[in-house]
Design a protein around this ligand. Structure first.
Ligand code: NAP
Ligand code: MG
Length: 399
């Protein structure tokens, strides 16, 4: 076939370990034979991050801003053990954190649903996407342990030096604990816009839930900002797209989620999103089937798999042993980015290719051909477990 042409490049962020191996295989087996692939390549592998004093991560995020679409491979977030293993100059920060800070984005996680892998909640026939606000609250807190007899107050000094005090608690018989948390209107507004943009983009309803009945200023502020932005900037667009937004109490949201069939976006405050995204991922079956996209309030999209670099499989691979690593979430990161590029540049062939590659991937698994992680969970009657590369070749055959 003639290769599908692209107009604008994608930003390609390469990564580490087993996912780096898979990255190259996906390109060689599933993309390069069919697409005249245009990417601006950034090597975020730990070796190169170290060589560039992590400048490459910053450059890749700025490139994403410039071109609007990026696809990222999983990367190592260094810890003490990695500093030794890679002989690092410094314990470089999490690349995802750096990129998120530059793009000011929100992360949306969506499970890939396939026949034979049954969610723990049998009514969940469509994916539930969780949007987590990734700034503030208890993740940027200030906390203390105090003794009996301590009086604790909230003290705020405004720009003119005027003080406002509020009693938090007078500790009498027993000491205890307290913490100060904050959030900022601009970050909540960015979060809201990213959520509404993503809902329009994927044509799904969106809910936002918090505890405004108890937290009448703090959580209520989130509710108000969402509502103001929705009413003034999105209500008409939502109506046109036939989707809806509503706010509900977090307790009600949890009950609705369990009873639902999926197919919507659930926007969560930072802590709720942290916990609920793990619960939802587990309930759908496998971290290897979870995609993730970072959406900035001005419409930059960065696609990736939710899992890490699958280190244990990589060490096996280095020893020459056969691996059976699931590449589905990384394939879907590529298809997500190619589809978005196709939409932005009006390239129907590129969009159609992304659709076909996704359906060939799902069909491979639904026909019983899968990697070890899925083979261990699948309820299909006949299963053939294949290795990392054979799985990609099976997809290519169906594609
Ligand atoms: P991980 O790479 O997600 O893997 C944890 C385990 O989950 C694996 O050992 C494997 O289980 C299973 N697994 C995950 N993805 C799989 C796949 N695609 N196919 C088959 N099995 C899969 O997490 P980790 O080992 O804790 O972290 C490794 C590195 O990844 C760390 O350096 C961390 O910093 C980094 N990380 C990066 C990102 C990111 O870039 N977004 C996210 C998370 C972690 P079995 O071993 O039982 O087969
Ligand atoms: Mg968590």
């Amino acid at each position: 076939m003639e290769k599908i042409l692209m107009k604008t490049p994608l930003v390609e962020m390469d990564g580490d370990e087993m996912t780096r191996v898979i990255w190259q295989m996906i390109k060689d087996i599933l993309l390069l034979p069919y697409i005249d692939l245009k990417t601006e390549y950034y090597d975020l592998g730990l070796v190169h991050r170290n060589e560039t004093d992590d400048q490459v991560t910053v450059d890749s995020a700025n490139a994403a801003k410039k071109y609007g679409v990026a696809v990222k491979c999983a990367t190592i977030t260094p810890n003490a053990q990695r500093v030794e293993e890679y002989n690092l100059k410094e314990m470089w920060k999490s690349p995802n954190g750096t990129i998120r800070a530059i793009l000011d984005g929100t992360v949306f996680r969506t499970p890939i649903i396939v026949k034979g892998i049954t969610p723990y909640i049998p009514t969940w026939t469509k994916p539930i996407t969780i949007a987590r606000h990734a700034y503030g609250d208890i993740y940027k807190n200030s906390e203390m342990v105090v003794d009996a007899g301590t009086k604790c107050e909230l003290v705020c000094t405004d720009a003119d030096g005027k003080e406002t005090r509020q009693l938090i608690h007078q500790f009498t018989k027993s000491g205890g604990i307290l913490q100060g948390v904050h959030n900022v209107d601009s970050s909540i507004a960015s979060f809201a816009r990213s959520c509404f943009n993503f809902a329009l983009d994927t044509k799904q309803d969106i809910w936002f839930a918090a505890k405004d009945t108890i937290s009448k200023q703090y959580d209520h502020r989130f509710k108000d900002i969402f509502q103001e932005i929705y009413d003034s900037e999105y209500a008409d667009k939502f109506k046109e797209a036939g989707i809806s937004y509503f706010y509900t109490l977090i307790d009600d949201a949890v009950a609705r989620v369990i009873r639902s069939e999926g197919g919507y976006i659930w926007a969560c405050k930072n802590y709720d999103g942290d916990v609920m995204s793990d619960m939802v991922a587990t309930a759908y079956g496998s971290l290897a089937m979870m995609t993730s996209v970072l959406v900035s309030p001005d419409g930059v999209y960065e696609y990736e798999a939710a899992h890490g670099t699958v280190q244990r499989h990589y060490y096996k691979h280095l020893k020459g042993e056969v691996t059976s690593t699931n590449s589905v979430a990384t394939i879907f990161a590529w298809t997500g980015a190619l589809r978005k590029r196709g939409e932005m540049d009006e390239l129907p062939d590129l969009i159609a290719f992304a659709d076909r590659l996704e359906s060939a991937t799902l069909r491979t698994i639904e026909e019983g051909v899968m990697t070890g992680d899925l083979a261990a969970m699948s309820t299909l009657p006949e299963i053939r477990k294949v290795d990392t590369e054979a799985f990609l070749r099976e997809i290519a055959a169906r594609l």
